[in-house]
Design a protein around this ligand. Structure first.
Ligand SMILES: NC(=O)c1ccc[n+]([C@@H]2O[C@H](COP(=O)([O-])OP(=O)(O)OC[C@H]3O[C@@H](n4cnc5c(N)ncnc54)[C@H](OP(=O)(O)O)[C@@H]3O)[C@@H](O)[C@H]2O)c1
Length: 318
């Protein structure tokens, strides 16, 4: 396996006092590591989490290790647009500036299911919940510029366990085709990439940078619908490591680079990839940024069409 890409260590030592970041899914995996690093550097971090007890546990774990910044916990269930609206209202009321939004939370390979608002679980949680959240926080991000939006996509936006990532505009919710959990994940992760592309074009000249990232294949709880976590974390861990599985600290590198590197605003709208698995093997080494091997990621107008459809689905005016 190629070596993982690492964020410049000097960027992880810069002082972020006075900066505010919102990180969804901050209680676990890549999000948890991201929250801890930003707080270490002195930032105020809003840790968004759907399980209050676990967010308390996550926060006290971080605070026990000592950080200079502040962590505030806010409840957020991305599978419930009412919860997204309430979360955004609380964040806007409590934080006069937002310098970074990290749309990190996600689910993968979930059984057939629906969000509270009736959307397919992975498209609804990974894309539509974050889409609404981003739109609701956008004016504050603009007013706080320079600011950044970092959206966690995946190399699986290209090909996920043999399924090519496609936005099926005729059947976004798997109403007409048989449900396929990997195809649904790939569609949601392609939507993440396209959201960053569309935002970047719309936000040109505002000082808000939007990018998507692939964090690598990372030892987190994401795999819980695919294999028992105890096996991942004990028995299979050395084998999985040899096969390329990264630790959460390595998995947070793409996000931290996207948030902190001074080079990233030159590439607004781009996809930043850790090492991964693509249909074009030359992309497997990753790249900050990387041209996606998925042809639909480059289809003219597809990102605008997705944004229009998403606005309608989440009930925002056109
Ligand atoms: N790990 C990988 O190999 C990998 C590879 C490519 C991309 N990614 C992406 O990286 C991101 C972070 O995942 P991870 O690997 O760190 O996995 P993780 O440890 O499972 O973390 C995912 C986070 O998302 C939260 N979440 C799930 N559904 C939610 C909902 N409805 N509302 C609010 N929060 C919700 C989870 O909350 P709970 O704790 O309550 O479940 C958890 O905090 C995801 O977007 C994933 O697609 C990961």
């Amino acid at each position: 396996m190629p070596k993982p890409l690492l964020c410049d260590p000097s960027l992880l030592a810069t002082d972020l006092t006075g900066k505010t970041y919102v990180v969804t899914g901050g209680n676990s995996g890549i999000g948890f590591t991201t929250v801890e690093q930003l707080a270490k550097q002195g930032a105020t971090v809003v840790l968004a989490c759907r399980r209050p007890a676990d967010s308390e546990r996550a926060t006290s774990d971080i605070l026990a290790r000592g950080v200079r910044g502040t962590i505030t916990v806010e409840g957020l269930d991305l599978a419930d647009l009412g919860s997204v609206r309430a979360f955004a209202a609380r964040v806007l009321a409590r934080h006069p500036a937002i310098h970074g939004l990290v749309n990190n939370a996600g689910v993968m390979n979930t059984p057939k299911g629906r969000t509270k608002d009736g959307f397919e679980t992975q498209f609804g949680t990974n894309h539509l919940g974050h889409f609404l959240l981003t739109e609701l926080l956008l004016e504050r991000l603009k007013a706080s510029a320079p600011s950044r939006i970092v959206i966690l996509s995946s190399c699986y936006h290209d090909i996920a366990v043999g399924r090519k990532g496609v936005i099926d505009f005729d059947d976004l919710q798997f109403d007409r085709r048989p449900y396929d959990s990997w195809a649904a994940y790939a569609q949601s992760k392609l939507a993440n990439l396209l959201q960053a592309k569309e935002l970047a074009a719309r936000l040109a000249g505002t000082g808000v940078t939007a990018v998507s990232v692939h964090p690598g294949w990372v030892r987190t709880r994401l795999l819980r619908s695919s294999m028992p976590l105890w096996a991942q974390d004990t028995l299979l861990r050395p084998i999985l490591r040899m096969a390329g599985m990264l630790e959460p600290w390595e998995g947070a590198q793409s996000t931290l680079h996207a948030l902190l590197s001074p080079e990233v605003p030159e590439h607004s709208g781009a996809f930043f990839s850790q090492i991964g698995w693509y249909r074009d093997k030359r992309a497997n080494r990753g790249g900050w940024p990387l041209r996606s091997p998925n042809p639909q990621a480059h289809e003219p107008g597809v990102e605008v069409r997705l944004a229009e459809v998403s606005r309608r689905l989440v009930g925002l005016p056109g």
